[in-house]
Design a protein around this ligand. Structure first.
Ligand code: GLV
Length: 439
């Protein structure tokens, strides 16, 4: 493996939106591999970026030997056609040599090239790691397996589930440890949060028994991934019917740079594949006192049509009510006030427009330009013009590039999603988005 600076990405994929687990063996089914067999057939927006045949928590301990054999059977048959990467999760436990031995046994079986599966497997997911020495043990097991089968050292990627305080602290040591000649930790690919087991490990209690949302672990994982050139992925959102909650979690994660998330169901896969991509259409929205609502576009005028905000005009004065708060304002103060509660969500088309505008200015020798956003807002029939200027410099441009880079990574690696993306954005926008940023 090429030695690079650790904060440069070392793997093919720069982004992983979806990490989808499926049980490897289900007792009582005619075909115990039924779940992974159907997952292997997914494509388009329904197929995850990373598929994880899960021979750990999703599979009963008594079924895991059979699960390892099922992985071999299904991946050897279907792996070549699967559009995402394949990273099975195998057993491991920081405090238990017996489980680590089972890891070695399963790996020797799954990675044996004669069984035909390893050719389609990109890496393995190691759960329940502890401190950095434990990560190195797992890495060493993979090195032994590579050695046994004449694979290149470091060729099999390793991702870990961060689900203990020890593992969370170990992430801070990666920059020092990766690249030492005594380990192959540069095989690391994803840092995946396991909030369920983390909650247990931290001995956390909530009145409802629901999981805490652990914003600190999510921040720490994103930071560690950035520092070590890895990809961070949030853990399972177990309230699987709560689609709105899953979306809110993703928006919160994305603001931390945690762009991937676990998906437990095919429905969650579609949500999580789509959510981090910029929207197809732009919109204005308004904070109506704790709740943000989209404004309705009426021929370029943005209309608020609810009852949490009201506006009256009389004798050059305006009475604005937001929630329980009432203010009497002149026109200029009203504009200011509205600017504080109205915001613009750009579409992919808009983002690309702004980037092209900046690139043009930069080529012409200008390093910073003001980008104006203006519209007319209508509340209770009263129309007010609002506009703001945002200063764009090189740093703004680079930060705005992240969603576009994500799109470019998806487009490059997921040809099976091209039709859906073209339908979403139009061919023209797709083409321009692929072009921007010198890609
Ligand atoms: C997953 O392994 C979790 O503990 O959330």
């Amino acid at each position: 493996m090429a030695r690079q600076k650790h904060d440069e990405r070392l793997h093919d994929r720069k982004f992983v939106r979806t990490f989808f687990t499926s049980p490897t063996a289900v007792e009582g089914e005619e075909d115990s591999a039924t779940m992974i067999r159907s997952a292997a057939g997914l494509s388009g927006m329904q197929a995850p970026d990373v598929w994880v045949p899960d021979n750990e928590d999703a599979t009963a301990p008594s079924m895991r030997d059979e699960g390892a054999r099922n992985i071999i059977e299904v991946v050897s048959e279907e792996g070549a056609d699967f559009p995402g990467e394949i990273h099975p999760r195998i057993v491991w436990f920081r405090g238990d040599p017996g489980t680590r031995h089972q890891c070695l046994t399963h790996l020797m079986e799954i990675a044996d090239p004669d069984n035909g599966a390893i050719q389609h497997i990109d890496g393995f997911v190691i759960p329940e790691v502890g401190d950095i020495d434990d990560w190195k043990k797992a890495d060493e097991v993979l090195t032994i397996v590579e050695n046994e089968y004449d694979l290149e050292e470091g060729e099999i990627a390793m991702s870990v589930i961060v689900e203990s305080g020890a593992a969370e602290l170990a992430m801070g040591e990666l920059r020092d440890e990766m690249g030492k000649p005594t380990n192959n930790l540069e095989r690391l690919f994803m840092l995946v949060i396991g909030e369920v087991d983390y909650t247990k490990d931290m001995r956390a209690i909530t009145p409802t028994g629901n999981l805490p949302s652990w914003p600190e672990v999510r921040h720490n994982t994103s930071r560690a991934a950035s520092a070590a050139g890895l990809i961070s992925v949030d853990g399972p959102y177990d309230d699987i019917r709560d689609v709105e909650g899953y979306r809110e979690r993703m928006v919160d994660n994305q603001a931390k740079g945690l762009l991937g998330i676990w998906s437990l169901t095919p429905g969650q896969v579609v949500e999580a594949n789509t959510n981090p991509l910029p929207p197809e259409t732009s919109r204005w929205r308004m904070d109506t006192g704790g709740r943000t609502v989209d404004l309705e576009d009426d021929d370029g005028v943005q209309v608020y049509d609810g009852n949490r905000v009201s506006l009256e005009e009389s004798d050059d004065e305006y009475t604005l009510r937001v929630g329980g708060d009432e203010q009497v304002l002149d026109e200029e103060d009203l504009r200011e006030e509205l600017l504080g509660i109205v915001e613009y969500v750009p579409s992919m088309d808009d983002i690309v427009d702004s980037m092209e505008e900046f690139e043009e200015a930069r080529e012409g020798g200008t390093g910073a330009i003001a980008m104006e956003r203006a519209t007319t807002v209508r509340i209770d029939g009263v129309e007010v013009e609002v506009s703001n200027d945002r200063m764009w410099d090189e740093a703004t441009y680079q930060a705005a590039m992240t969603p576009v880079s994500l799109f470019q990574d998806v487009y490059e690696h997921r040809p099976d999603q091209h039709d859906e993306l073209a339908e979403m954005y139009s061919e023209d926008v797709v083409e321009r988005a692929m072009d921007v940023g010198g890609a």
